[in-house]
Design a protein around this ligand. Structure first.
Ligand SMILES: [Zn+2]
Length: 330
Protein backbone atom coordinates (compact mmCIF):
# COMPACT_ATOMS: atom_id res chain seq x y z
CA UNK A 1 0.00 0.00 0.00
CA UNK A 2 1.19 3.49 -0.88
CA UNK A 3 0.12 6.69 0.84
CA UNK A 4 -1.61 9.64 -0.79
CA UNK A 5 -1.61 12.71 1.44
CA UNK A 6 -4.19 15.25 0.30
CA UNK A 7 -3.05 18.37 2.17
CA UNK A 8 -5.02 21.59 2.50
CA UNK A 9 -3.45 24.80 3.79
CA UNK A 10 -6.30 26.32 5.80
CA UNK A 11 -5.95 30.03 6.40
CA UNK A 12 -7.44 33.48 6.55
CA UNK A 13 -5.61 35.95 4.37
CA UNK A 14 -3.14 38.21 6.23
CA UNK A 15 -3.34 40.49 3.20
CA UNK A 16 -7.05 41.22 3.68
CA UNK A 17 -8.50 43.44 6.36
CA UNK A 18 -9.45 42.14 9.78
CA UNK A 19 -9.96 45.65 11.18
CA UNK A 20 -13.70 45.35 11.85
CA UNK A 21 -15.98 42.38 12.63
CA UNK A 22 -17.48 42.74 9.12
CA UNK A 23 -14.06 42.71 7.47
CA UNK A 24 -13.01 39.70 9.53
CA UNK A 25 -16.21 37.88 8.62
CA UNK A 26 -15.59 38.62 4.93
CA UNK A 27 -12.00 37.35 5.23
CA UNK A 28 -13.32 34.16 6.84
CA UNK A 29 -15.93 33.73 4.13
CA UNK A 30 -13.42 34.13 1.30
CA UNK A 31 -10.74 31.99 2.95
CA UNK A 32 -12.72 29.21 4.60
CA UNK A 33 -16.43 29.16 3.80
CA UNK A 34 -16.23 29.50 0.03
CA UNK A 35 -19.47 31.10 -1.09
CA UNK A 36 -21.73 32.98 1.32
CA UNK A 37 -23.77 29.78 1.76
CA UNK A 38 -20.64 27.78 2.48
CA UNK A 39 -20.46 25.82 -0.76
CA UNK A 40 -17.08 24.93 -2.28
CA UNK A 41 -15.15 26.04 0.79
CA UNK A 42 -13.37 23.86 3.32
CA UNK A 43 -16.44 21.93 4.55
CA UNK A 44 -17.55 21.06 1.01
CA UNK A 45 -14.06 19.84 0.03
CA UNK A 46 -13.77 17.71 3.16
CA UNK A 47 -17.19 16.18 2.50
CA UNK A 48 -16.22 15.22 -1.06
CA UNK A 49 -12.94 13.67 0.13
CA UNK A 50 -14.60 11.92 3.08
CA UNK A 51 -17.30 10.41 0.87
CA UNK A 52 -14.49 8.78 -1.12
CA UNK A 53 -12.72 7.39 1.93
CA UNK A 54 -9.91 9.96 1.91
CA UNK A 55 -8.72 11.48 5.19
CA UNK A 56 -7.42 14.99 4.40
CA UNK A 57 -4.52 16.68 6.18
CA UNK A 58 -5.48 20.24 7.12
CA UNK A 59 -2.52 22.49 7.84
CA UNK A 60 -4.35 25.09 9.94
CA UNK A 61 -2.86 28.58 10.40
CA UNK A 62 -3.52 29.67 14.05
CA UNK A 63 -1.41 32.85 14.45
CA UNK A 64 -4.25 34.97 13.09
CA UNK A 65 -6.22 34.14 16.27
CA UNK A 66 -3.66 36.03 18.36
CA UNK A 67 -4.42 39.15 16.34
CA UNK A 68 -8.22 38.87 16.12
CA UNK A 69 -9.41 36.38 18.78
CA UNK A 70 -9.91 32.64 18.55
CA UNK A 71 -13.63 32.31 17.76
CA UNK A 72 -13.00 31.59 14.07
CA UNK A 73 -10.12 29.25 14.81
CA UNK A 74 -12.42 27.15 17.00
CA UNK A 75 -14.96 27.01 14.17
CA UNK A 76 -12.32 25.92 11.64
CA UNK A 77 -11.14 23.08 13.86
CA UNK A 78 -14.74 21.97 14.41
CA UNK A 79 -15.39 21.89 10.64
CA UNK A 80 -12.40 19.58 10.22
CA UNK A 81 -12.61 17.29 13.23
CA UNK A 82 -16.39 16.82 13.10
CA UNK A 83 -15.85 15.27 9.66
CA UNK A 84 -13.08 12.94 10.82
CA UNK A 85 -10.22 14.72 9.07
CA UNK A 86 -6.82 15.62 10.48
CA UNK A 87 -5.63 18.97 11.90
CA UNK A 88 -1.94 19.78 11.54
CA UNK A 89 0.06 23.01 11.95
CA UNK A 90 0.69 25.82 9.47
CA UNK A 91 2.16 29.27 10.27
CA UNK A 92 2.30 32.58 8.42
CA UNK A 93 4.60 35.13 10.07
CA UNK A 94 2.76 37.90 8.18
CA UNK A 95 0.38 37.85 11.17
CA UNK A 96 3.14 39.21 13.45
CA UNK A 97 2.79 42.38 11.42
CA UNK A 98 -0.93 42.55 12.31
CA UNK A 99 -0.35 42.28 16.08
CA UNK A 100 -0.02 45.17 18.51
CA UNK A 101 3.27 45.46 20.45
CA UNK A 102 1.41 44.45 23.62
CA UNK A 103 0.10 41.30 21.90
CA UNK A 104 3.59 40.35 20.74
CA UNK A 105 5.00 40.96 24.22
CA UNK A 106 2.21 38.98 25.88
CA UNK A 107 3.17 35.89 23.88
CA UNK A 108 6.94 36.49 23.88
CA UNK A 109 6.94 36.83 20.09
CA UNK A 110 9.54 38.78 18.11
CA UNK A 111 8.57 41.90 16.20
CA UNK A 112 7.71 41.32 12.55
CA UNK A 113 10.87 41.20 10.45
CA UNK A 114 9.63 39.40 7.37
CA UNK A 115 6.84 37.33 5.86
CA UNK A 116 8.69 34.01 6.04
CA UNK A 117 10.01 31.89 8.89
CA UNK A 118 13.51 31.97 7.42
CA UNK A 119 13.64 35.71 8.28
CA UNK A 120 13.94 34.71 11.98
CA UNK A 121 16.75 32.99 13.86
CA UNK A 122 16.47 29.55 15.42
CA UNK A 123 15.32 30.72 18.87
CA UNK A 124 12.78 33.12 17.34
CA UNK A 125 11.41 30.43 15.03
CA UNK A 126 11.18 28.04 17.96
CA UNK A 127 9.13 30.60 19.91
CA UNK A 128 6.86 31.42 16.96
CA UNK A 129 6.17 27.75 16.32
CA UNK A 130 5.68 27.01 20.02
CA UNK A 131 3.05 29.76 20.29
CA UNK A 132 1.35 28.60 17.09
CA UNK A 133 1.34 24.99 18.32
CA UNK A 134 -0.06 25.95 21.74
CA UNK A 135 -2.77 28.11 20.15
CA UNK A 136 -3.90 25.34 17.80
CA UNK A 137 -3.58 22.58 20.41
CA UNK A 138 -5.94 24.48 22.71
CA UNK A 139 -8.72 23.71 20.20
CA UNK A 140 -7.69 20.53 18.41
CA UNK A 141 -8.25 16.98 19.59
CA UNK A 142 -5.99 15.61 16.83
CA UNK A 143 -2.43 14.90 18.01
CA UNK A 144 -0.46 17.56 16.11
CA UNK A 145 2.61 15.94 14.62
CA UNK A 146 3.18 17.68 11.28
CA UNK A 147 3.96 21.17 10.00
CA UNK A 148 4.07 23.18 6.80
CA UNK A 149 5.55 26.70 6.60
CA UNK A 150 3.47 29.49 5.11
CA UNK A 151 4.63 30.23 1.54
CA UNK A 152 6.97 27.20 1.98
CA UNK A 153 9.23 29.88 3.53
CA UNK A 154 11.29 27.58 5.74
CA UNK A 155 15.02 26.92 6.19
CA UNK A 156 17.11 24.36 8.07
CA UNK A 157 16.53 26.27 11.34
CA UNK A 158 12.79 25.67 10.86
CA UNK A 159 13.45 21.94 10.82
CA UNK A 160 15.64 22.24 13.92
CA UNK A 161 12.92 24.25 15.68
CA UNK A 162 10.31 21.59 14.84
CA UNK A 163 12.58 18.90 16.28
CA UNK A 164 12.99 20.95 19.47
CA UNK A 165 9.19 21.01 19.79
CA UNK A 166 8.91 17.26 19.26
CA UNK A 167 7.05 17.35 15.95
CA UNK A 168 7.55 14.29 13.77
CA UNK A 169 6.91 15.51 10.23
CA UNK A 170 7.64 18.53 8.09
CA UNK A 171 6.08 19.04 4.66
CA UNK A 172 7.57 22.44 3.75
CA UNK A 173 10.05 21.20 1.16
CA UNK A 174 8.80 22.01 -2.31
CA UNK A 175 11.39 21.68 -5.05
CA UNK A 176 9.28 23.95 -7.32
CA UNK A 177 9.96 26.80 -4.83
CA UNK A 178 13.57 25.90 -3.99
CA UNK A 179 15.82 28.92 -4.19
CA UNK A 180 12.73 31.15 -3.97
CA UNK A 181 10.83 31.15 -0.70
CA UNK A 182 11.77 27.57 0.13
CA UNK A 183 15.25 27.85 1.68
CA UNK A 184 15.54 24.32 3.07
CA UNK A 185 19.02 23.47 1.86
CA UNK A 186 18.77 19.68 1.71
CA UNK A 187 21.33 18.01 -0.49
CA UNK A 188 20.58 15.74 -2.20
CA UNK A 189 17.02 16.86 -2.90
CA UNK A 190 14.46 14.51 -1.33
CA UNK A 191 11.72 13.13 -3.57
CA UNK A 192 10.02 10.96 -0.95
CA UNK A 193 9.87 10.82 2.85
CA UNK A 194 13.33 10.94 4.44
CA UNK A 195 14.63 10.85 7.99
CA UNK A 196 16.36 14.08 9.06
CA UNK A 197 17.82 12.59 12.25
CA UNK A 198 21.27 13.90 11.34
CA UNK A 199 20.16 17.55 11.64
CA UNK A 200 16.73 17.52 13.34
CA UNK A 201 16.45 14.43 15.58
CA UNK A 202 13.13 12.64 15.30
CA UNK A 203 11.93 14.67 12.30
CA UNK A 204 10.97 13.24 8.91
CA UNK A 205 10.67 15.40 5.80
CA UNK A 206 7.70 14.44 3.61
CA UNK A 207 8.21 16.71 0.61
CA UNK A 208 5.52 18.10 -1.65
CA UNK A 209 5.39 15.89 -4.74
CA UNK A 210 6.55 17.73 -7.85
CA UNK A 211 6.88 16.70 -11.46
CA UNK A 212 9.15 17.91 -14.21
CA UNK A 213 7.09 19.14 -17.12
CA UNK A 214 8.21 19.00 -20.73
CA UNK A 215 9.69 22.49 -20.47
CA UNK A 216 12.06 21.31 -17.76
CA UNK A 217 10.43 23.20 -14.90
CA UNK A 218 9.26 21.66 -11.65
CA UNK A 219 5.55 21.86 -10.98
CA UNK A 220 3.89 20.88 -7.70
CA UNK A 221 1.10 18.32 -7.46
CA UNK A 222 -1.43 21.03 -6.69
CA UNK A 223 -5.08 21.35 -7.64
CA UNK A 224 -4.52 24.59 -9.58
CA UNK A 225 -1.29 23.35 -11.23
CA UNK A 226 -1.95 19.82 -12.46
CA UNK A 227 -4.71 18.48 -14.71
CA UNK A 228 -6.62 15.29 -13.93
CA UNK A 229 -4.84 13.56 -16.79
CA UNK A 230 -1.41 14.64 -15.50
CA UNK A 231 -2.31 13.51 -12.00
CA UNK A 232 -3.30 10.09 -13.33
CA UNK A 233 0.02 9.80 -15.15
CA UNK A 234 1.90 10.96 -12.07
CA UNK A 235 0.24 8.36 -9.83
CA UNK A 236 0.92 5.56 -12.30
CA UNK A 237 4.57 6.60 -12.62
CA UNK A 238 4.98 7.07 -8.86
CA UNK A 239 3.58 3.56 -8.38
CA UNK A 240 5.87 2.15 -11.06
CA UNK A 241 8.89 3.83 -9.43
CA UNK A 242 8.06 2.48 -6.00
CA UNK A 243 7.30 5.85 -4.37
CA UNK A 244 5.74 5.38 -0.97
CA UNK A 245 4.11 8.80 -0.62
CA UNK A 246 2.48 11.33 -2.88
CA UNK A 247 1.85 14.70 -1.20
CA UNK A 248 -0.81 16.75 -2.95
CA UNK A 249 -1.29 20.46 -2.14
CA UNK A 250 -4.44 22.55 -2.00
CA UNK A 251 -5.86 25.49 -0.07
CA UNK A 252 -9.14 26.06 1.71
CA UNK A 253 -9.97 28.66 -0.96
CA UNK A 254 -8.60 26.81 -4.00
CA UNK A 255 -12.01 25.91 -5.42
CA UNK A 256 -12.90 29.60 -5.69
CA UNK A 257 -12.00 32.04 -8.44
CA UNK A 258 -9.12 34.44 -7.86
CA UNK A 259 -11.31 37.13 -6.26
CA UNK A 260 -12.98 34.39 -4.25
CA UNK A 261 -16.45 35.46 -5.27
CA UNK A 262 -17.67 32.21 -6.89
CA UNK A 263 -16.57 28.62 -7.59
CA UNK A 264 -13.78 27.86 -10.06
CA UNK A 265 -15.55 25.02 -11.88
CA UNK A 266 -12.44 23.48 -13.43
CA UNK A 267 -10.88 23.04 -9.98
CA UNK A 268 -14.17 21.75 -8.58
CA UNK A 269 -14.30 19.07 -11.26
CA UNK A 270 -10.62 18.21 -10.72
CA UNK A 271 -11.22 17.59 -7.03
CA UNK A 272 -14.14 15.27 -7.76
CA UNK A 273 -12.16 13.31 -10.33
CA UNK A 274 -9.14 13.08 -8.06
CA UNK A 275 -11.29 11.75 -5.21
CA UNK A 276 -12.86 9.14 -7.53
CA UNK A 277 -9.41 8.13 -8.77
CA UNK A 278 -8.02 7.55 -5.27
CA UNK A 279 -11.21 5.80 -4.12
CA UNK A 280 -10.97 3.30 -7.00
CA UNK A 281 -7.20 2.83 -6.72
CA UNK A 282 -5.80 -0.53 -5.68
CA UNK A 283 -2.52 1.18 -4.81
CA UNK A 284 -3.07 4.56 -3.18
CA UNK A 285 -4.75 5.13 0.15
CA UNK A 286 -5.75 8.67 1.21
CA UNK A 287 -4.46 9.05 4.77
CA UNK A 288 -3.30 11.58 7.34
CA UNK A 289 0.18 11.85 8.86
CA UNK A 290 -1.04 10.14 12.01
CA UNK A 291 -2.00 7.09 9.91
CA UNK A 292 1.51 6.61 8.50
CA UNK A 293 3.51 3.62 9.63
CA UNK A 294 6.59 5.50 8.60
CA UNK A 295 10.13 4.20 8.75
CA UNK A 296 11.75 6.54 6.25
CA UNK A 297 14.99 5.90 4.46
CA UNK A 298 17.97 8.16 5.06
CA UNK A 299 18.24 11.12 2.70
CA UNK A 300 20.71 9.52 0.30
CA UNK A 301 18.23 6.73 -0.51
CA UNK A 302 15.42 9.01 -1.66
CA UNK A 303 17.28 11.43 -3.87
CA UNK A 304 16.69 9.84 -7.24
CA UNK A 305 14.73 12.24 -9.44
CA UNK A 306 11.29 10.80 -9.95
CA UNK A 307 10.80 8.70 -13.03
CA UNK A 308 7.49 10.40 -13.65
CA UNK A 309 9.75 13.33 -14.52
CA UNK A 310 8.62 14.40 -17.91
CA UNK A 311 4.90 13.96 -18.25
CA UNK A 312 4.05 14.04 -21.87
CA UNK A 313 3.58 17.16 -23.90
CA UNK A 314 -0.02 16.39 -24.95
CA UNK A 315 -1.12 16.37 -21.31
CA UNK A 316 0.83 19.57 -20.71
CA UNK A 317 -0.85 21.27 -23.67
CA UNK A 318 -4.31 20.18 -22.49
CA UNK A 319 -3.59 21.55 -19.02
CA UNK A 320 -2.45 24.89 -20.43
CA UNK A 321 -5.68 25.11 -22.44
CA UNK A 322 -7.67 24.33 -19.28
CA UNK A 323 -5.77 27.04 -17.40
CA UNK A 324 -6.45 29.56 -20.17
CA UNK A 325 -10.17 28.72 -20.10
CA UNK A 326 -10.10 29.03 -16.31
CA UNK A 327 -8.62 32.52 -16.56
CA UNK A 328 -11.30 33.59 -19.04
CA UNK A 329 -14.05 32.27 -16.75
CA UNK A 330 -12.43 33.76 -13.64
ZN1 LIG B 1 -0.46 29.26 3.79
Amino acid sequence: MRYFLYTIDVELSPGRSVATPEALRDNYRRGILGTARGTHGLAWQLDVLGEHGIRAVNFVEPLFALAVGDEWLAEIVTIIESRGHEVQLHAHTEWLHRMQPAQLEQHGLPSWRGDHLYCYDLDEQTRILQVALDTLSAHAKTPITAFRAGNFGANLDTLRALARLGLRYDSSFNVAHRGGHCRIALDPVPHDAVSLDHLAPGLTEVPVTCFHDTQGTWRPAQLCAISSSELGALLRAADHDGREHVVFVSHSFELMNRRRTRPHWIHVRRLSRLAERIASSQTWRGVGFNDLPLSPAPLCDRSTPPGYGRLNSVRRSLRIIQQAVGRVLD
